[in-house]
Design a protein around this ligand. Structure first.
Ligand SMILES: [Zn+2]
Length: 294
């Protein structure tokens, strides 16, 4: 993949790394199987969904150096070769591009698109959806409209899940922003209502939501390519398809040495996730990803 414009916009980043030491490490994933892209809406429900003052998008300032750290990051990420060298610059650049693409797309339909905030954290963080640890993997919290990632996950993606390549990482970012779109469109709220109305369908509905986010990642790939923001080739698409399969629930269960049981799935099988990305990539519209809940 190649970026048309190499500049990185740090204004949508809340960098909480370094010196935060934010207390307890409560894993939200439940068994650690819902590794990628956990939407922790259930916890929002449990907590009553109150907005807290800590999620306003300002630099965390835990070290007392928030503003200068942001300036340092901006300076480093805007040097030649930074996107190849630094994971934090690359992920932020993808986040910029994904949001730019969706802003244009929604604007073209006469609709507003509110950009989410990207949060970098280490080990654990306090979110509008409760306390979260790195163990849950990257996730989106609707309450505060923030995408959270511990960049250590990028190594895990390669080494533990065998998903290589920069575009595998771009897919993860685009998937999380896909959850943001689901919040903007009201899909996330409808799914949450449906889950509350019929708890026996909780996992099945979660799978629908996750597959639609995979599909939106595919739509973004096509739109970004078409708009000329990012040049995406077949090798990139293959990396995304491989990553989508690598984080399929059946693959994760096999790796964990537990029985493969579709009833426990929350994100979909390797094949389902691959197909969802392909559907979006070929369809190129939100509509091509269908309506959820079904
Ligand atoms: Zn997800």
């Amino acid at each position: 993949m190649e970026f048309d414009d190499q500049s990185v916009d740090t204004s949508q980043l809340d960098d909480q790394r370094g010196g935060m030491g934010s207390g307890g490490r409560i894993a939200l994933g439940g068994g650690g199987l819902g590794v990628v892209g956990v939407v922790i809406y259930l916890l929002v429900t449990l907590l009553g969904g109150g907005t807290t003052g800590s999620t306003t998008g300002l630099p965390a300032g835990g070290t007392g150096a928030g503003a200068s750290a942001a300036a340092d990051l901006a300076a480093r990420c805007n040097t030649a070769g930074a996107l190849d060298t630094y994971d934090d610059c690359f992920v932020l650049k993808v986040f910029n591009e994904v949001n730019q693409t969706w802003t244009s797309y929604f604007s073209g339909r006469g609709q507003a698109y509110t950009r989410p905030t990207l949060v970098y954290f280490e080990q654990s963080t306090s979110t509008g959806c409760g306390q979260a640890s790195s163990a849950v993997g990257p996730f989106y919290c609707p309450n505060g409209q923030r995408v959270y990632i511990d960049l250590g996950f990028l190594n895990e993606l390669q080494q533990r899940y065998g998903a290589q390549g920069r575009f595998a990482q771009a897919y993860i970012v685009a998937h999380e922003v896909g959850h943001h779109i689901q919040t903007l469109t009201g899909t996330e709220a409808r799914v949450r209502d449906a889950q509350q109305a019929d708890p026996s369908r909780e996992n099945a509905l979660s799978v629908q939501l996750e597959l639609q986010a995979d599909c939106y990642a595919g739509v973004w790939s096509t739109l970004a390519n078409k708009d000329g923001y990012v040049t995406i080739g077949q090798a990139d698409v293959d990396e995304a398809l491989n990553a989508a399969q690598a984080v399929g629930d059946d693959r994760i269960e096999q790796k964990a040495g537990v029985d493969v049981n579709p009833e426990t799935w929350t994100h979909g099988s390797a094949q389902q996730r691959k197909t969802a990305f392909q559907t979006g990539y070929q369809g190129g519209t939100l509509e091509s990803c269908g309506t959820v809940p079904q």
